[in-house]
Design a protein around this ligand. Structure first.
Ligand code: NAI
Length: 386
């Protein structure tokens, strides 16, 4: 079992991952190039643990145990004893590669060197190492201590041993692992694209406004947040960049085409909650539009977004990105979907999915609405996903 963990980058993700590892009993060394970020991470953990004490979730001994496992260090050299290092620095391939080259000189030859990247290929990061077999993607979700899912991403170079130790370690930290191929967006950031993209398209076509689309997805689908509320929460700049990255990485597949609406909002600085305004206004006393609670309209909106999500999940399975179980786990545990999309397809029936998609394709004649060959095949064979 891995007992010593190094974390590089003490921002949003690194500090959360460090908390998870320290809580699981590992001795953690966390390093950041910016000493202020390190101090902030330490203060933030102190506050988080005090809040957990107030809520009665942990006691003072548990807090002392967790903080006792944490070491905030000012040099990369201090990570020398780590058996697993997880990098969570700025999303820049060249900077990550330079860091990995420095790191391999410091840690033991057996140390697993992992990246928390959301959008870079693990193969390209691993290529910086003399021994790329020990490199792997370990993709946590924000906030890392709360989200149960971790996507584990072996690159073409990754050894079976590295994969096994990683899965065992992350599972022992109480997380649900979904193993995914090293392809753009992994599982979640790929399969979730229609939740935003199709909703934006429905808005752009003038079918409904933001509030009505959000209401439809929440009231009929049971989603905790509507797509526009969620984009405002994530930040329109970040959400737009993820879409654009996935679109480019898939050689401009129209299924992932970004939206002008979101691009303009982002350019205008209407980033969402963090800027006080996005699709909605978050300033104190602001009045936001009320949804049109027409159930017929809501059903149409919900069916269209859902079937596009199901199509994306089925296509990820078709291309062997992950197992059916891991695809469904990824969406329920990584982004809190009320149901796994493939289980949802079984519930709706493949026939319903294929008919809906073919109707959209007939109407728009766009490749975006092509039905996944797997859905069509399964419908023919009257098969189910589970
Ligand atoms: P952040 O900006 O909050 O933190 C990054 C930290 O890395 C900063 O404190 C910075 O000082 C430090 N840093 C930058 N270059 C460094 C270097 N060369 N050596 C040491 N420290 C360095 O970023 P965040 O959001 O935590 O993201 C980190 C990584 O995690 C990125 O690869 C991102 O794509 C990925 N990620 C982010 C998620 C999110 O929701 N924010 C979710 C999942 C993955």
């Amino acid at each position: 079992m891995i007992e010593t963990v190094g974390i590089i980058g003490s921002g949003t993700m690194g500090s959360g991952i460090a908390q998870v590892a320290a809580t699981a009993g590992c001795r953690v060394c966390i390093y950041d190039a910016n000493p202020d970020a390190l101090r902030k991470a330490e203060d933030s953990l102190e506050k988080i643990l005090n809040r957990l004490i107030e809520k009665g979730r942990i006691d003072a001994d548990e807090k002392a145990r967790i903080t006792g496992n944490m070491n905030y260090v000012n040099t990369l050299d201090s990570l020398a004893d780590s058996k697993l290092v997880i990098e969570a620095i700025v999303e820049d391939l060249e900077i990550k590669k330079v860091l990995f080259q420095d790191l391999q000189k410091i840690v033991s030859k057996k140390t697993i060197i992992a990246s928390n990247t959301s959008s870079l290929s693990i193969a390209s990061i691993a290529s910086a190492l003399d021994n790329p077999k020990r490199c792997i993607g370990i993709h946590f979700f924000n906030p890392a201590p709360l989200m149960r899912l971790v996507e584990v991403v072996p690159a073409v170079q990754t050894s079976k041993k590295t994969l096994k130790i990683t899965i065992d370690t992350i599972t022992s930290w109480g997380k649900t692992v979904a193993v995914t191929k090293d392809t753009p967006g992994f599982i979640v950031n790929r399969v979730a694209r229609p939740f935003y993209g199709e909703s934006l398209r429905i808005f752009e076509e003038g079918i409904a406004d933001f509030a009505t689309i959000d209401w439809s997805m929440k009231s009929l689908g049971g989603f905790r947040m509507g797509p526009f509320e969620l984009m405002d929460f994530i930040g329109n700049d970040i959400n737009y960049t993820v879409t654009e990255t996935v679109f480019e990485a898939f050689y401009y597949d129209p299924r992932y085409k970004p939206s002008f609406t979101q691009k303009r909002l982002s350019e205008a600085g209407y980033l969402g909650r963090k800027s006080g305004k996005g699709y909605y206004n978050y300033k104190e006393g602001a009045v936001n539009p009320k949804p049109n609670e027409d159930v017929g309209l809501a059903q149409k909106i919900f069916d269209r977004v859902l079937v596009m999500l199901i199509n994306e999940a089925a296509d990820a399975l078709f291309w062997n990105i992950a197992s059916a179980e891991d695809i469904d786990n990824a969406m329920t545990k990584g982004v809190n979907y009320p149901k796994g999309l493939l289980a949802w397809a079984d519930e709706k029936g493949n026939d319903w999915c294929v008919r809906k998609l073919d109707a959209l394709y007939d109407e728009y004649r766009e490749d975006r609405y092509r039905c996944s060959p797997l859905l069509r095949r399964m419908n023919k064979e009257q098969n189910t996903f589970f």
